[in-house]
Write a protein that binds this ligand. Structure first.
Ligand code: C5P
Length: 293
């Protein structure tokens, strides 16, 4: 019998790019937050070592190009196990949208298979494997509200943010992350080095005062993303912002009725929309691994 694991999406409540790194990545200071929009992974551990993935989204590859397969294989290697897995992925989180869907699927696979295979891999080792899969993957090992430094993979858990209703609007554009960061480079100065140091010293950050430094670049190339952000304010959002490298924008709303009206207005504009709640750190762990023995 397969076990079902939800893989939750994230938003970036704030995202500051504080410098360029010698490894080609960018030094970030970001506040991550898990939300209840989620993919579903049905996983069955097998006695033979092959990892077989199927997915209900025909646009996604099911071979080593998929982070779920890479995560399973990396854990197999680290744990030196001969067991494998049959995995069925039901995609609900839009891809290339700034919601971390692929990264969350990968982290959920690591946590799930460590449990199902009953292998002895420490949290520190799991974090190392996660960071090797992608900059956003380590955050999804803990979830909740967290400060991400470094490439976004140095995680400092924070007290759960108290958030009202979160409306996501996807103006149905796919935004690949790499080019967005590359376009930023022209604007980064040497002052970035100083700010990098400051970022690594300061663990507290008020996300309400920060914004998303990637918005300007994405708004220029994808005007619909800016339009969606502006509309969220018109529809009553207290704060509206792009998540990650976009193109999803989120708005924070006081009550259920206003947020549902905003979601519907987004759908009427030809976009996709969701009303979400935040998922705190304890609920994240309980809901992710709750059904696994
Ligand atoms: O690690 P991941 O594969 O998710 O990152 C995708 C791309 O986004 C990287 O290849 C890099 O170009 C860019 N990136 C960056 N700085 C970060 C995270 C991502 O430049 N902190």
């Amino acid at each position: 019998m397969p076990t079902v694991f939800p893989a939750f999406a994230k938003i970036n409540l704030s995202l500051e790019v504080v410098g360029r790194r010698p490894d080609g990545y960018h030094e970030l200071r970001t506040i991550f937050q898990t939300i209840d929009l989620h993919d579903l992974l049905e996983i069955e551990a097998t006695a033979t070592p092959d990892v077989r993935l199927t997915c209900d989204d025909p646009n996604l590859p099911c071979d080593e190009r998929n982070l779920v397969v890479r995560a399973a294989q990396a854990l197999q290697a680290a744990a030196q196990t001969r067991r494998g897995a049959r995995i069925r992925l039901q995609k609900r989180i839009p891809t290339q949208a700034g919601l971390g869907g692929g990264s969350s699927d990968a982290a959920a696979t690591l946590l799930a298979l460590r449990r199902l295979w009953a292998v002895n891999v420490s949290d520190a080792e799991l974090h190392r494997i996660a960071a090797g899969l992608g900059a956003d993957v380590p955050f999804f090992l803990t979830g909740g509200t967290a400060l991400g430094l470094g490439r976004g993979d140095v995680i400092h858990p924070l007290p759960d943010a108290v958030l009202p209703f979160i409306v996501l609007i996807h103006p149905n554009v796919s935004v690949p992350t790499g080019p967005v960061f590359r376009r930023l480079n022209a604007d980064l100065t040497d002052a970035a080095a100083v700010r990098t140091l400051a970022a690594s010293l300061s663990v507290g950050v008020n996300w309400r005062q920060a914004g998303n430094d990637l918005e300007a670049v994405v708004f220029e190339d994808f005007p619909a993303v800016r339009e969606a952000r502006d509309r969220l304010y018109v529809w009553g959002a207290q704060t509206a912002r792009m998540s990650g490298s976009g193109g999803v924008v989120f708005g924070l709303f006081e009550d259920a009725a206003t947020s549902e009206t905003a979601r519907r207005a987004g759908v009427d504009a030809g976009w996709s929309g969701w009303v979400c709640r935040s998922v705190g750190r304890e609920a994240y762990a309980r809901r992710l691994l709750g059904q696994a023995k």
